[in-house]
Design a protein around this ligand. Sequence first.
Ligand code: HGY
Ligand code: MN
Ligand code: MN
Length: 372
Amino acid sequence: MARMAYSEQYIEARDYVQRLMTEAGMLTRVDPVGNLFGFVAGSCPETKTILLGSHLDAVPGGGIYDGAVGVIGALEAVRGIREQGLVTRHSLEVAAFIAEEGGDLGGTFGSRAFVGEVPTDMPDEVLGQYRLSIADVQASRGNTDSYCCYLELHIEQGPVLWEKGIPIGIPTAIVGISRYKVRIVGEANHAGTTPMINRKDALRAAVRVLDRWYDHVDHAHGFVCNIGTLKIQPGSVAVVPGEVEFVLELRSTDDATTELGAREFKEMLHTTVAIPSQFELLVRKPAVRMSESLVNVIQTSCRELGVQYLLIPSGASHDASPLARHIPAGMVFVPSVKGVSHRKDEFTPIDDIATGVEVLMRAVLGADGRIP
Ligand code: HGY
Ligand code: MN
Ligand code: MN
């Protein structure tokens, strides 16, 4: 899979989904940052709109289910309601948010733009790479007051449901994510003539602090961390690494724990590495709780369908995270076989996806009936 946000493949996929929305009788629009929406009016236009959806972008080398299940599933839930000849009181809107995956736009970019959480001081050069401006971001801010709730179907991306053989997960919370840019500045020099003890090798310093750090986090409590990118400058086989840059990602359902992890790393960096280093916050996204009333609606949907379910926190982040800070949000998880995700062998059987769509559809009808 290679469907990075704003890529040719991404636009092709979004155009395809937009056609499906149109065929399903929806009014569609693409906002200035590239979020796609498909709208169908309810019977009581004075009520607020129920928003449902997920994201269409994927990580490099990722699977075909992360995000796409939630977009196509939302479309199918709306089509299913209409095929039953039902018209909800609330209008329904399906969203395909752009740039949900982590990257230089910070992750959950499209959904954060929609709720107005993208910082106005976002560097022009970062937005400019995607031919975006801060004006596009501001013009993509939705009117969250006109929505009564948000529902998202998503693969679990972890092993819990698959290991327990339970078809539906109902997230109660979504982890917070903080990402920090770490730079270690040594001295590039000739790899053959520079004596080992005279080197200010930035990579060697990074390896030392990371080795200590991973030993520490194996016994830390309450957070997970990841380093998925590492840049070496000048990056030649015959030059001692002069500079190393990587992004430290920390996640926890408790923000204070994430902050503690960041302080611990910063302390370890400065006590382990003798050469200059920098530790710069890139993005901080707080943990969120899912709406209790929507959790109840989804539980009722599972009971009506006779489907076993499990309440679990989400170790992955989702577009429901920024949405939940502005409107009541709920999620429905379907199992990931072997807990594999962000890998091309990510897999969820179609029957499990169908069950998830059924639960989502009933949750929409449940929310429609329960929310004034
Ligand atoms: O990284 C995540 O948690 C999500 O898959 N974007
Ligand atoms: Mn996702
Ligand atoms: Mn993902």
